[in-house]
Design a protein around this ligand. Structure first.
Ligand SMILES: Cc1cc2nc3c(=O)[nH]c(=O)nc-3n(C[C@H](O)[C@H](O)[C@H](O)COP(=O)(O)OP(=O)(O)OC[C@H]3O[C@@H](n4cnc5c(N)ncnc54)[C@H](O)[C@@H]3O)c2cc1C
Length: 345
């Protein structure tokens, strides 16, 4: 049995911790919640289809399988419902769009996710002259709730400490990691956009991407699908909806902007003729990579310092599969596929 210090309790740190605990390893997670956290802002949607090309997302089948098994198991373990299946209804922009969808429905890979079903609640409420069709096998994870109940579990089992881990307080002494008089076999960074600020990891191509979302209240709107019209509208229940999201590579610092709010609301208004009340405006940085693959592995010349991150805009779909893979790397010496390894940079 080894002892791991995991830095960060976002999606990456939480899932890696559960994976290691399941294998009987010892884990301490440290987070002070004062750093940037994408997981606190994420709408938590998963969707195996990339709309731009109407193609299946990378390893969609494998990711969906692992995601479903992992979150269903964790719902039982944590006695809380946070993982919700819900179709995405894609509104077509033109007749060509609708025809392209029909064409792709026979495709061996993406076809099984593209339904011929029109979502009635979307068609009745939205301006959609070219119709809409549903994507199968979609839904959303209530990420803040998942994080909170996981935290309570970790606290109860003495797997958590509410503190930041600063590099200058960590000592790597050959075979052990020392942090504040505690000794570990490895330190694993799951600190979102902070992973390449540590020595030996500066070469990682991790780029923060700023995203903004609005939480809305809309009376007289009942939806039984997530709507996608370029932006998304996700129904939470109780007339509450999340609208998003913007993508911006240059937005610093992390603050809500008037322009983003205007853009999101005006795009919604083109499709939906209802009064909306903005209840909150949230922002965060997605930890993205240029090749859109996660990051799994170790620092240059320091096998005691591991890293799991780069989940981009698909944390919910990718994190279960890759946390399991990384725990097998850590405990069974399983190989790291080149396309996600730190060694690719
Ligand atoms: C606006 C927006 C919308 C999104 N929507 C979706 C979506 O619909 N579906 C989806 O799958 N993904 C979505 N994402 C992406 C998703 O949020 C990320 O992929 C995922 O949350 C990243 O998780 P993480 O654990 O790697 O990083 P984070 O969630 O950023 O977690 C990092 C954690 O590390 C902690 N930390 C940092 N430094 C330290 C330190 N020195 N010591 C201790 N702790 C530290 C932080 O406090 C934080 O808790 C969205 C992101 C944004 C910004």
């Amino acid at each position: 049995m080894s002892k791991y210090l995991i830095v960060g309790q976002g999606l990456a740190g939480t899932l890696l911790a559960f994976s290691l605990l399941e294998k009987g390893e010892e884990v301490l997670i440290a987070d002070d919640y004062k750093h940037a956290s994408a997981s606190q802002v994420a709408a938590g949607m998963w969707n195996p289809v990339t709309f731009k090309r109407l193609a299946a997302s990378w390893l969609a089948k494998e990711m969906l399988e692992e995601m479903n098994v992992t979150f269903r198991k964790l719902e039982e373990k944590l006695q809380t419902s946070f993982f919700h299946s819900l179709p995405v209804a894609r509104i077509f922009n033109s007749i060509q769009d609708a025809n392209f969808w029909d064409e792709k429905s026979d495709h061996p890979e993406v076809g099984k996710y593209l339904s011929a079903r029109t979502n009635k609640s979307v068609q009745e409420n939205f301006n959609a002259p070219f119709g809409n069709s549903e994507v199968n096998e979609c839904g959303w994870l209530n990420v803040p709730l998942f994080r909170e109940v996981a935290l309570n579990y970790f606290i109860r089992h003495e797997n958590f400490i509410e503190e930041a881990v600063n590099e200058n307080e960590v000592e790597f002494n050959g075979s052990k990691v020392l942090w504040k008089e505690r000794m570990f076999d490895k330190l694993i960074l799951c600190n979102g956009i902070g992973v390449n600020q540590w020595k030996g990891l500066e070469h990682l191509d991790l780029i923060p991407n700023h995203g903004q979302v609005l939480d809305l209240k809309i009376e007289n709107l009942e939806l039984d699908a997530i709507v996608n019209f370029g932006q998304f509208l996700l129904p939470f229940g109780n007339k509450k909806f999340r609208l998003g999201a913007t993508y911006n590579w240059n937005e610093v610092p992390d603050e809500p902007t008037y322009d983003a709010k205007e853009l999101l609301i005006s795009e919604l208004k083109l499709r939906l003729d209802k009064d909306v009340v903005v209840e909150s405006h949230k922002t965060g940085f997605r930890p993205t990579t240029r090749d859109r693959r996660p990051i799994v592995g170790f620092a240059k010349q320091n096998e005691l310092l591991g890293v799991f991150g780069g989940l981009g805009s698909k944390g919910v779909l990718l994190a279960p599969y890759f946390s399991k893979l990384f725990s097998a790397v850590l405990t069974e010496n399983a190989p790291i596929p080149k396309e996600v390894s730190t060694a690719r940079f």
